[in-house]
Structure formats: C-alpha cells, structure tokens
Design a protein around this ligand. Structure first.
Ligand SMILES: Nc1ncnc2c1ncn2[C@@H]1O[C@H](COP(=O)(O)OP(=O)(O)OP(=O)(O)O)[C@@H](O)[C@H]1O
Ligand SMILES: O=C(O)c1ccc[n+]([C@@H]2O[C@H](COP(=O)([O-])O)[C@@H](O)[C@H]2O)c1
Length: 222
C-alpha cells in the first residue's frame, strides 16, 4: 500500500445521503456499451461506491467532432444502456459549461461538498492522460481508479502519468477506501477485462442501427 493511511469510512446510515461515494465515469458514450457497464459494476464493488455517474461529455477535447453523435443522442442512448439502479447518467458537464476534466472536477466538488468523488477510467486513458489539459492537477484533485482494458492495458503502467505518480499508486487490496484518500492517490485494477469499444461498435455499422435494430443509414456521417 506504499505506506498510505486511510481513515475508516462510517456506515452509510451514519453518513447520510450527503456523504455519498461517487465514481465519475466521464466519456463520449458514442455509443454506450457493455464495457462501460463492466467497468462501472467493478467500480461499485471494488471501490465500495454508492453510485457511478456516467458523465456524458459535451465533446472530448481530443476527439474529432466528425463521427460523433449529438449530445442528446448519446445521453438518451446511455440512459437506455445503463440499466442499473446505482448507475446514474448525467449531463452535468454540459450544465456546468465545463469541457476539460481539470475544470469539471473542482466544479463538482464545489457543488457537492459532502460527496467523495473518484475518477474512473479505462487503461487506454491512463496511457494518454498526460495529453489532457492540466493533467497532473487532476491527479492532485481527485483519487483515481484505472481498469485494465484490452489490448495491452497493462502497458499503461509504463505511461508518463503512471510513472510520474508511481509512488502515489495504492494497492488494489486497499481500494475500498480510495474515496477517502487524499489525492494524489490512484489504483490500477488488473481485473477481468471486457473487449468492447465504441469504435468497434461503430465499425460494425453505425450505432443507431445496433441500438434500435432499425436498418436505416447511419446519420452521423460515417
Ligand atoms: N471495455 C472497456 N473496459 C474498460 N474501460 C472501458 C471500456 N470501454 C470504455 N471504457 C472506459 O470508459 C470511459 C469512456 O469511454 P468511451 O465512451 O470513450 O468509450 P470507448 O469504447 O473507449 O470509445 P471509443 O472506442 O470511441 O474511443 C473511458 O475511460 C474508457 O477507457
Ligand atoms: O480535459 C481534457 O483535456 C480531456 C481530454 C480528453 C478526454 N477527457 C475526458 O476523458 C473522459 C473520457 O473521454 P472519452 O472520449 O475517452 O470517453 C471524458 O470525460 C473526457 O471529457 C478530458
């Protein structure tokens, strides 16, 4: 556990509604799929979270707008795909008017001061987070949990971000208290993997067709 110490969490009844532990899964959700659910269910269990919020991004700053369904389409699709009482689909980034994660997290922490947030992401994003705006500030603002993902998610442990914050990585066995850890603190789960990706779904023929089973032309320019 690299010598990090955590205070014991109080039971939910004692903490009340205000003390929720929430995992934030920011994403394009273009479209949402079982890989998102897989990560979320693992996060609920391994991090002992009360909820996971699927935070549908108004637009990933690093992804091209071409091929991206509208925010409304992605949001509605995510709501249909979540199918779990503790997975909450949120458009709050659009409401907050934030686009960069380094802006979103402090805005959420200000709006929900009693909530303990954990940032969730797949290993592909750990491998490239050093390209995000003020990325090291994000590490210092919120605890983070990374989930292995094919292909070669394990390689992300050699990425610039993983190396920079190597000493702040905690053991997976201590992750149930991660929501209470003072950042920087992060964990890598080499857990069961799910191979699904939105890219693969889009390549398979356009996500509206997959979603609805309707044989229409892809209306998103792909
Ligand atoms: N199968 C999966 N296993 C682990 N993490 C995943 C999986 N699918 C998505 N994620 C994670 O969920 C978050 C949101 O992902 P996103 O909505 O971009 O889906 P994606 O499948 O990665 O999309 P695309 O293929 O278009 O890049 C990211 O942190 C991503 O790493
Ligand atoms: O803040 C940034 O610079 C930044 C750059 C790339 C991605 N992100 C966020 O990372 C999350 C995952 O994005 P995506 O498109 O890989 O699903 C989503 O919440 C994006 O807003 C954030």
């Amino acid at each position: 556990m690299n010598g990090r110490r955590f205070t014991r969490p109080r039971p939910l009844a004692e903490r009340g509604w205000a003390g929720l532990r929430v995992g934030l899964l920011g994403g394009s959700f273009n479209p949402a799929h079982e890989g998102h659910r897989h990560l979320s269910l693992l996060a609920l269990q391994l991090l002992d979270l009360d909820q996971v919020w699927w935070m549908v991004s108004p637009g990933n700053p690093l992804k091209p707008a071409r091929g991206m369904a509208t925010f409304e389409q992605r949001y509605e699709n995510a709501k249909r795909k979540a199918r779990h009482p503790r997975i909450v689909v949120s458009g709050i980034e659009r409401d907050l008017g934030t686009r960069y994660t380094a802006d979103t997290i402090p805005a959420l922490q200000a709006r929900f001061p009693q909530t303990r947030f954990v940032w969730l992401m797949g290993a592909d994003n750990l491998a490239q987070i050093h390209r995000w705006q003020r990325w090291s500030t994000i590490f210092r603002t919120v605890p983070m949990a990374v989930f292995d993902r094919p292909p070669r998610g394990f390689h992300s442990l050699f990425s610039p971000a993983a190396r920079r914050f190597a000493r702040q990585r905690i053991d997976a066995a201590s992750a149930r208290r991660l929501a209470y850890a003072a950042p920087p603190a992060w964990v890598f789960f080499a857990s069961k993997q799910n191979p699904l990706s939105a890219t693969a779904l889009r390549r398979a023929g356009g996500w509206l067709r997959i979603e609805e089973g309707i044989p229409t032309l892809d209306e998103h320019g792909r």
